[in-house]
Write a protein that binds this ligand. Structure first.
Ligand code: FAD
Length: 369
């Protein structure tokens, strides 16, 4: 049997951020990853480093997201140093556009609620009417009645981020093994035995970062990771000259020129196929916000399943035997926290007390109530 001191199961955005962070803390983790045909949220995302609206009725999550956005420039610089790859981080703020007064009022209510629940410590925001929005955003459509703006929001180049993390991991001494799907985990006296096709590895400490498969793996180490299906679909247009200086959670121009349009959510399907009905809704809403988009061709469309809990808040957990669990939507936004905050805690074998509200025990408490 092979042996390892620390093994991360999953090499997506979450596993890679933690592996790189651990390597920066002096550890030499082993990463066991699945295969290219796995449903990977990390390959499907919209690339936002987004804080606005996160953490309604979960102030710890609002502040956790805000902290990660603040740490992102430090992470981007460290990644550049370790990988030589610039991930294209831009944090010039973001607008959520409203197409009706009801939408705008609902957004205002949520933002005010988050501000109250965090005792004013969450990022500040402005609710802008149509004229105020138009003064800041060019090419705006007639149907936009207003927006919410906050300065902390930004985006990156998601594929370069993934690439950078894997280069940095490699250069920092992480051992990465693709096509090493873990089928079973057995807790033993001195750690865990990870078993898959053709391998058996004894690891003293493990981190479960297997995306959707965390739900199956977590109970094997005495933890829980209840997840729900949440499919998102994205459209990408042909490249065009920079015309969208602003960013929104549904429309953004990439550093390479294409416009990404997204933010659908389907919870009742197991099929990964894209749907033309969803594409039509996404495109029509985007054109109402920016009519000039009607002149662009869509060149690609894809969908992916989010790694999402019932309340949308991440799970960070630790078992008595030395297993850690990380499952989250918003793995781009939270990448800075995962590499700069969570990884050093895992290296020290203890998650900080301020992560305890993120434990999946919250779901047992809700079920018992
Ligand atoms: C449509 C969409 C849009 C999104 N937009 C954003 C956004 O704008 N901003 C943002 O912050 N986040 C966004 N996200 C979320 C973000 O992409 C995810 O939070 C993140 O990718 C999750 O990464 P992960 O590593 O947990 O999961 P995954 O990417 O699914 O990776 C899991 C990895 O584990 C491996 N694996 C699975 N099972 C096993 C096993 N048994 N043994 C070994 N390896 C295993 C898989 O092969 C895979 O490599 C979006 C997601 C979607 C789907």
């Amino acid at each position: 049997m092979q042996e390892a001191d620390l093994t991360i199961v999953g090499g997506g955005l979450v596993g890679a951020s933690i592996a790189w962070g651990l390597a920066r803390s002096g550890a030499k983790p082993l990463v066991l990853d699945g295969s290219d045909l796995d449903l990977r949220a990390s390959r499907a995302n919209f690339a936002l480093v987004w804080v606005q609206g996160k953490g309604l009725h979960a102030p710890h999550y609002a502040l956790w997201s805000e902290r990660s956005a603040r740490e992102w420039p430090i992470m981007a610089e460290a990644l550049l140093e370790d990988s030589g790859v610039d991930v294209g981080l831009v944090q010039r703020g973001g607008f959520t556009f409203a197409l009706s007064n009801e939408e705008l009022e609902a957004m205002r209510t949520d933002m005010e609620c988050i501000a109250m629940e965090t005792a004013g410590r969450a990022q500040s925001f402005e609710v802008l009417n149509r004229a105020e929005t138009r003064a800041r955003v060019p090419h705006l459509g007639r149907d936009v009645v207003g927006s919410v703006y906050s300065a902390a929001d930004g985006h990156v180049n998601a594929l370069r981020l993934f690439h950078a993390l894997h280069i940095a991991m490699d250069r920092k001494g992480v051992t990465y093994r693709p096509n090493y799907k873990v089928d079973a985990i057995e807790p033993v006296d001195d750690g865990f035995i990870l078993k898959g096709e053709g391998f058996s590895i004894l690891s003293r400490k493990i981190v479960l970062a297997a995306g959707l498969d965390n739900e199956r793996l977590a109970p094997m180490v005495g933890l829980a990771c209840p997840l729900k299906r949440s499919k998102g679909q994205i459209l990408v247009t042909e490249k065009c000259k920079p015309f969208l200086p602003c960013l929104s959670p549904t429309i953004r121009q990439t550093d390479e020129g294409g416009i990404m349009i997204g933010d659908s959510e389907e919870t009742d399907t197991a099929s990964i196929a894209t749907s033309s009905d969803i594409s039509a809704v996404l495109a029509s809403r985007a054109i109402r916000i920016f009519p000039a988009l009607a002149d662009l061709n869509v060149v690609r469309s894809w969908s992916g399943f989010r790694v999402k809990t019932a309340d949308g808040v991440p799970i960070y957990d630790q078992s008595v035997g030395g297993a850690f669990l990380v499952a989250c939507h918003s793995g781009v936004t939270l990448a800075a926290n995962h590499s700069l905050v969570v990884a050093p805690q895992i290296a020290a074998s203890r998650l900080a007390d301020d992560l305890s509200p993120f434990s999946a025990r919250r779901f047992h408490a809700q079920a018992a109530a």
